[in-house]
Design a protein around this ligand. Structure first.
Ligand SMILES: Nc1nc2c(ncn2[C@@H]2O[C@H](COP(=O)(O)OP(=O)(O)OP(=O)(O)O)[C@@H](O)[C@H]2O)c(=O)[nH]1
Ligand SMILES: [Mg+2]
Length: 362
């Protein structure tokens, strides 16, 4: 009898297992066919409006698809969902890695569902376009929320550009709202301009921080402080409570140096522990105060319509750009012109007009 060959490296793969003879070809064909059947736009919309999370997930996948053939169907679903959207509270949460965003969202989300709210968690994280979203790996941190019938967690969309990722997230918000989620939490790690993108799609912006060694304001981007409606110092538990309180005082002082907000809201600072849940109900109460104020002074609606027009121009810009660069004739001409510009044979402005003329001539 032949001896089995010794495998020299760990990379050696096992030989495949042959198809058992007992599997019927008809059954295989049946299953493959079922997999290929894609629900129609109408079926997706019906499912979403009934609160079906599977239909919601499929619709979000459709919206995220880069296949141009899916665009029309995705737009159809979104337009049909639009009249049912717009009724939620949209909350953005940002903070550096490790600050406790996932743990906080788990505690916060559970608190909201215990009050009868329906919570959807989405993420804008352009850095995770390769790993398909940090929330996915995070499902262990959001163990309870994942199992909660009244919660929906979706890993971040993948995409090449922040604009693209952000647009898909905005469309996902509409779908989640149509599916009956009344609180949308959008998380971002704050890479590049992602806070600005998230800020432009939420009603309320929460900055999560932890207390440092007394240098709280070091290394914090001014723009983020300006955007924040609430700063929450997390991990205020155990030995950390005192330091968290000191950080709160320091942030409070800093906040008062910023000009008043158009919303009429004075941003505040609070402490919490995502682990012990201390301070979580207070965070929700503050957010509610904000909504009471901005709904009464009409800033809430004004802000949303401003955001809508912002997204109109953003989407046009984004799509013009992607259409321009994806055209083969333009790509070739761009290559030629780049060389000419590098060799100073032609000015960058002339080259740009040549390219744009070519683009619009078709
Ligand atoms: N003591 C204490 N630890 C916390 C608290 N919140 C989070 N942590 C811990 O901090 C670590 C990071 O928490 P995450 O929730 O993963 O932080 P994150 O901001 O989501 O991190 P990224 O996903 O990497 O951006 C984990 O080990 C948590 O257990 C808290 O309130 N108190
Ligand atoms: Mg996380």
């Amino acid at each position: 009898m032949d001896k089995p060959k010794a495998h020299k490296t760990a990379l050696h793969e096992k030989e495949g297992i042959a198809q058992p003879e007992s599997v019927s070809l008809d059954a295989i064909e049946h299953v493959t066919k079922l997999r290929k059947i894609q629900p129609t736009a109408q079926e997706l919309v019906n499912g979403i409006l009934k609160g079906d999370k599977t239909a919601l997930s499929r619709a979000i996948t459709l919206v995220e698809s880069t296949n141009p053939a899916h665009l029309e169907k995705a737009n159809d679903v979104i337009n049909q969902c639009l009249p049912y959207a717009d009724k939620s509270l949209r909350i953005g949460i940002t903070g550096v890695p490790g600050v406790g965003k996932s743990t906080f969202i788990e505690a916060f989300g559970k608190h909201l569902t215990s009050l009868g709210r329906k919570v959807a968690v989405l993420a804008v994280d352009p850095s995770s376009s390769l790993s398909h979203g940090s929330i996915l790996g995070d499902k262990t941190r959001m163990e309870e929320l994942v199992k909660d019938e009244n919660a929906y967690i979706r890993p971040s969309a993948s995409g090449d550009t922040l604009g693209g990722v952000a647009r898909k997230t905005r469309e996902a918000i509409i779908l989640c709202e149509a599916c009956g989620f009344d609180t949308i939490v959008i998380e971002t790690v704050g890479v590049g301009q992602s806070e600005t993108a998230v800020h432009s799609m939420v009603d309320f912006f929460l900055l999560l921080k932890i207390s440092g060694a007394g240098d709280e304001l070091q290394g914090i981007k001014r723009g983020i402080m300006e955007m924040a409606d609430l700063i929450v110092i997390n991990k205020a538990d155990g030995d950390n409570i005192k330091r968290a309180r000191l950080a709160k005082t320091e942030f409070n002082r800093a906040l008062h140096l910023f000009p008043a907000k158009n919303s009429g809201w004075q941003p505040t600072v609070t402490t919490c522990s995502a682990v012990t849940h201390d301070g979580i109900p207070e965070v929700w109460k503050t957010i509610n105060d904000y909504f009471d104020l901005t709904k009464a002074n009409n800033y809430f609606n004004f802000h949303r319509s401003e955001q809508n027009s912002y997204w109109l121009t953003e989407t046009i810009n984004e799509q013009l750009k992607s259409n321009f660069y994806s055209r083969k004739d333009i790509a070739d001409l761009l290559e030629q012109n780049k060389k000419a510009v590098q060799n100073s044979e032609i000015s960058p402005f002339t080259a740009a007009s040549i390219l744009l003329e070519k683009y619009f001539s078709k």
